[in-house]
Design a protein around this ligand. Structure first.
Ligand SMILES: Cc1ncc(COP(=O)(O)O)c(C=O)c1O
Length: 436
């Protein structure tokens, strides 16, 4: 906050397409899609219209014991994305809640089906699932949450696939150690384990760490073999971010729970959804005295305005050519980043899949590093901002996560503005380097 209070403020007053505008009329390319949420751009005419139309009818009505037409339609639409396999949807109001709901449903369903011994929870190293206590405990992002660890519930930590260095940059990733750990763990504790939680394909907050093709399917197969619920947190990767509606469906993976938020409403409004199967749902049916009730009653669960925008978002994504166009432009993003940064002296790592990319930065001298208080990557982002591009640093890394609707020409602006910002600022840090 000190840094924020002392620095130049940017107050966004307007958005249009992939651009944001401040009070003085300066325009900025939204290079982090307003924290990884925006899909079709800002002030999208059709999304705005869907919202206005819903506003004229119903802004909010509780879903505790009631229902409304727009959430019911959205639930059916979401179930359709899994070809009806995950036919039940529990709405909440953010990503963290969507994941907490999945974990609670898993634990309670085991209790209700006479398997209360299944209490263990597995999550992946470097994972990020939100900042509530339940999701901090699941996450493996030490930098964010370590100080609260004394209050966390126990979680078994599966190693994540590791990136193998390849010409110093874009490394493929290797899943051998992760799967070996999982085999050994399940052989010893599979029967006591309730669920395994992971972000499929890309771990966003970990700096776009990638998993090799087939990894999620291999984990799913092992979970199924051991009767363990698989919970996929698609909050970051779904709805066009990786060029698909759902990554798990595109990879042919059948999870027990899929968690959605962020791009679900194309970045317009807060909404979380937890998809699950009829089998899990049926565990919760019974007489009041059996105590099967699922207690998770969020005030704004399934808000109609958010649900109306989500429906329009999915309709737009399903139109012919929309997702394939996104995949083509994501390819352009990868090519542009590799071209601009493949041999850049300050770029030590570069990972990209879909519209999820990240540059790891450092001084040209590999024996040295930037001190933490230099805030080097943050200062590079401020320089990019002065040049009309909004990005947000993660330590010494800079994620590049534009709206999937971004045009090829705008991608060029993004890549070259970022390179100019690095070139303008990084050399000025040379007197402040410390040994690695
Ligand atoms: C994979 C993943 N899960 C969960 C969350 C938490 O979502 P929310 O901030 O809506 O609680 C995030 C947020 O970045 C995320 O990237």
């Amino acid at each position: 906050m000190r840094e924020y209070l002392d620095g130049d403020r940017l107050h966004v007053v307007r958005g249009e397409g992939c651009w944001l505008e401040d009070g003085e009329g300066r325009r900025y390319l939204d290079g982090n899609a307003s924290v990884w949420t925006n899909v079709h751009g800002h002030a999208d005419r059709e999304l705005d219209e869907a919202l206005r139309d819903q506003l004229g009818r119903l802004a909010h009505a509780t879903m505790l014991g009631l229902n409304h037409e727009v959430a019911a339609r959205l639930a059916a639409e979401l179930a359709g994305l899994t070809a009806g396999r995950l036919s039940r949807v529990f709405f909440s109001d953010c990503g963290a809640m969507a994941v907490e709901v999945a974990v609670k449903l898993s634990l309670q369903s085991w209790q209700l089906s006479g398997h209360g011994e299944r209490r263990r929870i597995v999550a992946m190293a470097h994972g990020y699932h939100g900042d509530s206590f339940g999701t901090m405990a699941l996450g493996g992002a030490q930098g964010f949450h370590a100080r609260f660890e004394p209050w966390f519930y126990p979680v078994e930590r599966m190693p994540a696939p590791v990136h193998v260095e390849c010409a110093g940059l874009v490394g493929a990733s290797d899943m051998t150690a992760s799967l070996a750990w999982l085999d050994e763990y399940l052989a010893a504790h599979g029967a006591e384990t309730a669920c395994l939680v992971l972000e499929p394909s890309v771990q966003g907050a970990a700096g776009m760490r990638q998993q090799p093709p087939g990894f999620v399917a291999a984990v799913a197969e092992r979970c199924r073999g051991a009767g363990v619920h698989l919970i996929l947190d698609e909050i970051f990767v779904a709805f066009g971010r990786l060029g698909e509606l759902l990554v798990s469906e595109a990879e042919g993976v059948k999870a027990d729970f899929v968690c959605l938020a962020k791009g679900l409403t194309a970045g317009y409004l807060p909404l979380g959804a937890t998809l699950t199967s009829e089998r899990i749902f049926e565990c919760f049916l019974g007489a009041q005295s059996e105590g099967r009730t699922f207690f998770h009653g969020q005030t704004f669960t399934g808000n109609p305005l958010a649900a109306a925008v989500a429906l329009k978002n999915i309709e737009k994504l399903k139109r012919p050519g929309v997702l394939s166009g996104m995949r083509d432009r994501a390819w352009c993003l990868g090519a542009g980043l590799r071209g601009a940064f493949g041999d850049h002296p300050n770029v030590r790592g570069l990972r990209q899949r879909g519209f999820a990319a990240c540059l790891d930065l450092g001084p040209a001298d590999r024996e040295r590093r930037w001190p933490v208080d230099l805030r080097a990557a943050h200062r590079i982002c401020l320089e990019a901002r002065r040049r009309g591009l909004i990005l947000r640093a993660l330590g010494d890394s800079i994620p590049v996560v534009p709206p999937p609707a971004i045009s090829a020409a705008e991608l060029d602006v993004l890549v070259f503005t970022l390179r100019d910002a690095i070139d303008a600022v990084a050399p000025t840090f040379s007197s402040e380097l410390i040994p690695s």
